[in-house]
Design a protein around this ligand. Structure first.
Ligand code: NIG
Ligand code: FE
Length: 404
C-alpha cells in the first residue's frame, strides 16, 4: 500500500530508537508533505511527497488528502477481561465512598472476581473481544491485557486462556500479564500472607506452565500488597521468565517504585503519588514510568507528575488502565488529551507517551509505536485539516479518517 499526500507524517524515529526520554519526547520526529509505503503490514519506506515513488502494479493507493498520519496507539496497561460492569459502585462513589471504602466492604476487585467466576469462558471472551474492538476502533494498535479478576488458580487460568484467544482473534499486538496479586481472594480474607504463599506455590507454576503470559504484576499499594510481598512474588516469577510490570503508588507512596526498579521492572504503573525520590529513581533506570490519567480522572485522584518525570529524563508512557472499577474507558485519544490538559505535556510529548513509550512498556519499542522502516504499519490517518495539536485540544471531535 502507498499512502500519498500526507499533510505531516508524525512519530518518526531514527533506526534503533526504542523509546524517548526527556527533551527527545518533544522532538518526536515529523515530516511535512510525505508519502509512506507498507508491504505485508510493515513500513517499507517513506519520504517527501515531491520524491514520491510511482505505484507498483496492484498496489493499493490511499490519498491522505493532506491529512496528518500518526502511529497507532500502544496501550500498555489494560484490564479488559472482566464480567459485567460496576456502575453501582460508581454511584456509591458519587455519594462519597472512596475506592478503598468499596474494596474494604468486599466490593471492587472482589465484586468483579465473583462475576468472572460465574460467567462462562465463551461469554467472558465475547465481552473482552467487544472491548478490544472498541479500543481498536479508537486507534489502538497494540495493547497489554492483565489477568487479576480470577484470584484462584482455575479462574486465573480461565482469564489467561481468554487473553490468548483474544491475541489470536484480532489484528493487534497483544501482551499478556499475570496479575494474581491484584487483591486477596475472598476465601483468604484476613490471611493475606497465606494467599501470597498459595500464589507462589500453586498459581504461578500453573500459569507459567501454559507459556501464555509474558509479565507478572502485583498491586503494590496501601491496603493491597506490601513491597516485601511484591518482591517475593517478582523473585518467584523470575525463574519462569515472567518479567515485572507492576502497579505502584496509586493510593499511597507504597515503596513499589523502589521494588520495581530494583527488580528490573519493564514498567511501574499508576504513580499518582510519587515524590522526588521516585522520579529520580525512574529517571536513572530503564524502567518505563507509566501514568494512567484516565484513572485519576475517573477516581478523582491526583494526576501523576508527568511534567517532572519528563523533565527529569524518565521514559514516560501513558496508558488507559481500561477496567470496570477505576477507568472504564480504553480511548487513548482521551488519555492523550488528559496528558496535555491535566499533566501539561505538549501534544508531541503526549503522542510519544501513547505510542513509542507505550510500546517500550510492552518491550515492543522496536516493533510499533513509531514511523521507521521495518516497523509495523499500524497507523491512524487523520481527517484533513486536523493538526496534531488539534487532536487533544478538540478532544471530543471525530478525527480519525481511517485506521490502517
Ligand atoms: O489499575 N489498581 C488496581 N487495579 C485497577 C483497578 C481494578 C478494579 O477496580 O477493578 C487499576 O486501577
Ligand atoms: Fe491497573
Amino acid at each position: 500500500m502507498l499512502i500519498t499526500n500526507i499533510g505531516r507524517l508524525h512519530g518518526i524515529v531514527p533506526e534503533g530508537v526504542r523509546c524517548l526520554r526527556g527533551g527527545d519526547m518533544a522532538a518526536f520526529g515529523s515530516m511535512p508533505g510525505a508519502w509512506l509505503r507498507a508491504d505485508g503490514g510493515i513500513i517499507s519506506g517513506f519520504g517527501k511527497m515531491d520524491e514520491c515513488p510511482s505505484p507498483m502494479p496492484g498496489e493499493e493507493i490511499i490519498d491522505a488528502r493532506r491529512g496528518i498520519v500518526i502511529p497507532a496507539f500502544c496501550d500498555s496497561h489494560t484490564h479488559i477481561i472482566y464480567a459485567g460492569s460496576r456502575e453501582g459502585e460508581f454511584v456509591d462513589k458519587i455519594q462519597g465512598l472512596s475506592y478503598e471504602d468499596i474494596a474494604r466492604r468486599g466490593g471492587g476487585i472482589l465484586n468483579s472476581a465473583d462475576r468472572l467466576h460465574d460467567i462462562s469462558e465463551d461469554e467472558l471472551f465475547e465481552a473482552a473481544l467487544g472491548r478490544a474492538r472498541l479500543m481498536m476502533s479508537r486507534g489502538t494498535g497494540a495493547f497489554e491485557v492483565k489477568t487479576g479478576y480470577g484470584l484462584n488458580t482455575d479462574d486465573e487460568l480461565k482469564m489467561l486462556r481468554v487473553a490468548a484467544r483474544l491475541r489470536e482473534s484480532i489484528n493487534a499486538r497483544v501482551r499478556i500479564t499475570f496479575l494474581g496479586a491484584h487483591a486477596v481472594a475472598r476465601e483468604y480474607t484476613g490471611r493475606q500472607s497465606a494467599y501470597v504463599d498459595m500464589l507462589i506455590a500453586e498459581m504461578l507454576p500453573a500459569i507459567a506452565e501454559t507459556g501464555l503470559a509474558e509479565y507478572v504484576d502485583v498491586f503494590c499499594d496501601t491496603g493491597f500488597f506490601t513491597p516485601e510481598e511484591t518482591r517475593r512474588i517478582l523473585e518467584a516469577a523470575a525463574p519462569f521468565g515472567l518479567r515485572p510490570k507492576i502497579h505502584a503508588n496509586e493510593l499511597g507512596i507504597s515503596g513499589g517504585v523502589q521494588v520495581g526498579v530494583a527488580c528490573g521492572a519493564v514498567s511501574v504503573d499508576h504513580l499518582e503519588q510519587t515524590g522526588e525520590e521516585e522520579i529520580a529513581l525512574l529517571a536513572a533506570s530503564e524502567t518505563v514510568a507509566t501514568m494512567l490519567p484516565g484513572a485519576s480522572f475517573f477516581s478523582r485522584l491526583p494526576y501523576g507528575n508527568a511534567r517532572q518525570a519528563v523533565d527529569s529524563g524518565a521514559v514516560l508512557a501513558l496508558a488507559s488502565d481500561y477496567n470496570p472499577g477505576s477507568s472504564p474507558s480504553g480511548d487513548m485519544r482521551f488519555v492523550m488529551a488528559l496528558g496535555c490538559i491535566q499533566m501539561r505535556l505538549l501534544p508531541n510529548e503526549a503522542l510519544a507517551a501513547v505510542t513509542i513509550n507505550g510500546a517500550a512498556a510492552m518491550e515492543l519499542g522496536d516493533r510499533c509505536g513509531a514511523i521507521a522502516v521495518g516497523r509495523d504499519a499500524r497507523l491512524i490517518i487523520v481527517k484533513p485539516g486536523v493538526s496534531l495539536d488539534y487532536i487533544p485540544y478538540a478532544y471530543t471531535e471525530p478525527y480519525i479518517e481511517r485506521i490502517i
